[in-house]
Design a protein around this ligand. Structure first.
Ligand SMILES: [Zn+2]
Length: 433
């Protein structure tokens, strides 16, 4: 469980939120007992599916007169009990559920793929050889492929490197024969239906635009469909949230930043709230009308830095029926607490605050880049930003089924898992693109 949040989180979870949460083992034991007994009693009542999903916290006696008690047991803000808890679900093995939930392709809204393709531009088939096997093992359907420009290229080469990253992504996708760049909601659906892997090009920090609004249109035409104004840096559009509890600029967006936001919404480019400082976040909320998107972040409740988002910000996203993608590298300030359970704690926290329809995946898998760095660069990152804490069994896309298994183990029903893995992003993408 997560640092700080954790003990309290667990207690709070047990009492208020997860009345039926159990450990996996006891859940299995309960179900066996339930089914043994049910075999003798099924003829006498219809077993309420929600009670089966509720599992181990119930005494079998409750099942007999469940009708009056079910509502109370399921009175969570997001109703995990009601979500597809059926006899079918209970009988289906966990592995079969994982396979089925991944069969149509899951959506990860943030991955630093283009920068790696650019750095390896002299090598052929990098996507097909280094990434595709992991995407396929993870049942990945759509990835937010983020253009990011490292400091060493700025300012002079920012535009060129961004264009090269886009070019590499298209070329590598074509060579792979399995991946395609998607520009519209219809193309995303088509890609998922054809069991291919789609990329939605995103821009993390508008440095490549400089302060030229015209270039926004050019990037749109090249396929960019989501833009976060800043990384942790300051640029012509605004100020990034820093990796500390306070201390970023109290200023919101610049006039250029405000123009960009308005033009993004007009063109149909998602304005991504990840990384922006708190004042900028609020300003973007006020300037836009569509569902709010935070492609990859974590809850400050568990890791209190400005780069993550506060409960108040989470609620703003909920009011606009937006989606928050949970990041895998900033779940806790402590490595030993950076676990799959902690990742799920973030999902639960967001779902408890604003509903299960507003949380998704933004893995931000970064370990493959970090491990290529020399020690000096890792040290630089630790001093300038933070040390990323990778979750051992969630470091690349082939690990995505581990998350699904964990969600099932923690009591999420099939419908809710499907929303987290895919459905919520599809809904919001449909409203923007
Ligand atoms: Zn980021």
């Amino acid at each position: 469980m997560c640092n700080g949040c954790s003990r309290r989180g667990v207690e709070r979870g047990n009492k208020k939120v997860l009345a039926h949460r159990s450990d996996h083992r006891s859940d299995r034991v309960f179900r066996r007992i339930l089914f043994d007994r049910a075999r003798n009693h099924f003829a006498f009542f219809n077993l309420d599916p929600s009670l089966v999903a509720a599992g181990s916290d119930l005494d079998f006696g409750l099942v007999r007169d469940h009708s009056s008690k079910t509502k109370g047991l399921c009175a969570h803000r997001f109703d995990r009990c009601a979500a597809s808890g059926s006899m079918t679900q209970s009988k289906e093995s966990v592995e079969a559920r994982v396979e089925r939930l991944h069969a149509q392709g899951i959506i990860d809204m943030h991955f630093d793929l283009p920068m790696d393709l650019y750095e390896k531009r002299a090598q052929p088939n990098v996507l097909a050889t280094e990434f595709l096997p992991e995407f396929e093992a993870g049942g990945i359907g759509l990835i937010g492929a983020a253009i990011y420009i490292e400091d060493r290229y700025l300012p002079e080469r920012g535009l060129q490197v961004a264009l090269d990253q886009i070019a590499r992504l298209y070329a590598e996708a074509e060579q792979s024969k399995r991946c395609v760049v998607c520009r519209t909601h219809k193309e995303i659906w088509g890609t998922l239906d054809s069991k291919k892997i789609g990329f939605l090009i995103t821009l993390e920090g508008v440095e490549p635009l400089g302060d030229d609004l015209n270039l926004l249109r050019a990037f749109y035409e090249l396929g960019v469909r989501a833009i976060g104004l800043t990384h942790a840096r300051t640029n012509a559009a605004g100020y990034g949230g820093i990796f500390a509890a306070s201390g970023s600029s109290p200023e919101g967006l610049t006039p250029f930043g405000r123009e960009l936001v308005r033009e993004c919404e007009r063109l149909g480019i998602i304005v991504d709230l990840a990384h922006i400082n708190p004042a900028g976040f609020k300003e973007i909320v006020d300037l836009t009308t569509k569902p709010l998107v935070v492609s990859h972040t974590n809850a400050r409740k568990f890791y209190d830095v400005e780069r993550n988002i506060s409960d108040e910000q989470i609620k703003l996203v909920g009011q606009r029926r937006g989606v928050i993608g949970i990041n895998s590298v900033l779940v806790s300030p402590a490595q030993k607490e950076s676990t799959l359970d902690c990742y799920v704690d973030h999902i639960e926290h967001v779902a408890n605050l604003i509903g299960i329809d507003c949380v998704g995946i933004g893995f931000d898998f970064f370990e493959f880049i970090y491990r290529q760095w020399p020690e000096s660069k890792k040290k630089w990152m630790a001093e300038k930003l933070t040390t990323p804490h990778f979750i051992p069994d969630l470091t690349n896309h082939s690990h995505a089924p581990n998350l699904t298994r964990k969600l099932i183990e923690r009591g999420f029903g099939n419908d809710d898992v499907a929303k987290i893995l895919r459905g919520n992003w599809l809904r919001v993408l449909g409203e923007w693109l």
